[in-house]
Write a protein that binds this ligand. Sequence first.
Ligand code: ATP
Ligand code: MG
Length: 193
Amino acid sequence: MDEKTPSTTDASTREARRRNRQHGLVIVNTGNGKGKTTAALGVLFRAWGREYRVRMFQFIKSSTSNYGEHKAAKRLGIRIEPMGDGFTWLSKDLERTAALAVEQWERCREVLRTGTEDIVVLDEFTYAMSYGWVPVADVVQALEKRPPAMHVIVTGRNAPQELIDCADLVTEMQEVKHPYTDQGIKAQPGIEF
Ligand code: ATP
Ligand code: MG
């Protein structure tokens, strides 16, 4: 190789150094409008392009979900880990849903503690807190103690105030129009899942 041409190794070493200097953010995507999960996926996609270690933990959604984002992530080698047994209002066994959410949170907490990822998304995690399955104080404590360069994105409606207080970036998606509420158009592949 021409000595002046930077090798891929040099480029990825530079990316690694850069990400270690990051100012890790707590990002919250909340509100009733559409786009909370999509925006988090967009960040993962962008960061993946920079060879960041990215991972998404999904709460609530069924562990058998195989949506477009799961298929794409598999092809790219991005870990998206769903769990749970469907949306709670469909669940026949709320105690089981709660136990699954607590288990999922334990996995997330370990990642926050050990710093094995550069960006972690906790998708639909606000529900685990608002249903009282995971204490908000535990979440805030884990976020505060995480490695300083790690970014964490939490999505879901009704983000608790304590989480908003400890976040660096909070966006509230506001519904102006939604095809389902306005026209009864159901969820479509590629747009919703
Ligand atoms: P997305 O995953 O598409 O980014 P989201 O994460 O912002 O959406 P959620 O609250 O997780 O929204 O809702 C999941 C599903 O509910 C999505 O398919 C979304 O289109 C749909 N949805 C969101 N807002 C509304 C609404 N106001 N009325 C009906 N359906 C909605
Ligand atoms: Mg969502």
